[in-house]
Design a protein around this ligand. Structure first.
Ligand code: 5GP
Ligand code: ZN
Length: 114
């Protein structure tokens, strides 16, 4: 995906503050954080959004949550608590059309979403 900003980050064509990387998944700090901890966890495979997920992606998506736990532990919020959010489509607030999971924490997050 040539014009995808997250694909460019994955290919290191755009710099980012990478906190985790393996063959299938990368995680980097959000450029415009909304919480003290705001890390994006992104599969390297270009999947446009949640609605594009295929049966073959289920293992990959499971691994995203294990990476979220790993990063939460590294950042010292595993016990305190955190939130993992995925926005989907226009009304879901998705801006970047490459599926990604927001790991949010480091403060008391609102108990309701809006
Ligand atoms: P969405 O609204 O699509 O769920 O979230 C996109 C997120 O990507 C936003 O929180 C935004 O701040 C972040 N973002 C957009 N462009 C860049 C970028 O070039 N680098 C990084 N690190 N984050 C970005
Ligand atoms: Zn992409």
């Amino acid at each position: 995906m040539e014009d995808c900003i997250f694909c460019k980050i994955i290919k290191k064509e755009i710099p980012s503050e990478i906190v985790y990387e393996d063959e299938e998944i990368i995680a980097f700090e959000d450029i415009n954080p909304v919480a003290p901890i705001h890390t994006l966890i992104v599969p390297k495979k270009h999947i446009t959004s949640l609605v594009e997920l295929k049966e073959e992606d289920t293992n990959l998506i499971g691994k995203i949550y294990l990476v979220a736990n790993k990063i939460a532990e590294q950042k010292g919020i595993l016990e305190r608590g955190f939130r993992v959010v995925v926005n989907c489509g226009k009304e879901g607030g998705q801006v970047v059309p490459h599926i990604h999971y927001h790991l949010l924490g480091g403060k008391q997050l609102p108990t309701r979403f809006m």
